[in-house]
Design a binder for this molecule. Sequence first.
Ligand code: KG4
Ligand code: ZN
Length: 336
Amino acid sequence: MKHILAFESSCDDTSVALIDTDFKVTCNLVSTQTDHANFGGVLPELASRLHMQNILHLTQAALDKSGLRSEEISAVAVSVNPGLIGSLIVGLAFAKSLAWSWQKPLITVNHMLSHIFANFIENPAIQPPFLALVVSGGHTELVLFESLTHFEVVGKTLDDAAGETFDKTAKLLGLGYPGGPALDLAASSGNPSFHSFPRALKRKEDFNFSYSGLKTAVMEYVSRQDADFIQNNLNDLAASIQQAIIDPLIDKTLRLAQLRGIKTILLAGGVAANSALRSQLAQKAASRGIKLHHPSLELCVDNAAMVGAAAIPKFLAGEFASLDVNAFSTKGTRSL
Ligand code: KG4
Ligand code: ZN
């Protein structure tokens, strides 16, 4: 069996994993940097320093836990874009050093692609063609896969990402950071029809998204109410905002799937953890004969097992990176 050692350090989670070429995960350790909560968002400089502190210990722990020796590892994989450039460089420099000293091939991976490939860990039998809805803190994309290596980004957000909208509107309601999980929880006992917030680009024929208008609408709504009103109706407001975020995601994903005759949808990225998005999309997809896959909660958030999973097709095709490869922060799902 071939084992890949994988690294993820694109934002505020340091993660090291071991995965074999059948998508079986031996070990997936994640160290989440909680220090950023004091600043209400991720501080890039601090993130890089914490990755630097964590990565060696985490690698040693992953190797100990898996019981694998360096001779039993066939390749080293690492995410190189998109992300915070300083954070990406820590993971890449560390992965390069190991690849060089152990004389193993290096595989570079696009972080958004790795979110999509998280689905294969629990469902290795998924076959293309499929449509991926990638929703994270920085991205909202609809990506159509003809094969595991050929894909087209059909739609994306024109401004804010879905996760960013969860975080910013949760902050306006006083729910703290990161806002997505807090808003999800508050919304679970709320009424989504309490207030109708705007759904952008609803009638547009394309598959793009826009969330800046919703953010402004929530800001204006909150500023017109007194603090007691917000507190007393917190769950209903959270549910109404959440529904305004997820409605366009659900509508456009299903419309694109139907237009292209796609029967498999993969949900991916941090926002794929959202309970309302998972259940409503699954139910509406099923009623159209479409199967929805989503990773389990721990594989929706940033982790290195998904980086290893995305590296498997490249490993099998012998697509290796040279040791002078660099990280870059360009947005989007790429073939890298
Ligand atoms: O993919 P991810 O872990 O990091 C990025 O690559 O951005 O996504 C993080 C995003 C954050 O915006 C967070 O608020 C959101 O995912 N998120 C959620 C939930 N869990 C995480 N959003 C809505 N509902 C959730 N349950
Ligand atoms: Zn991510």
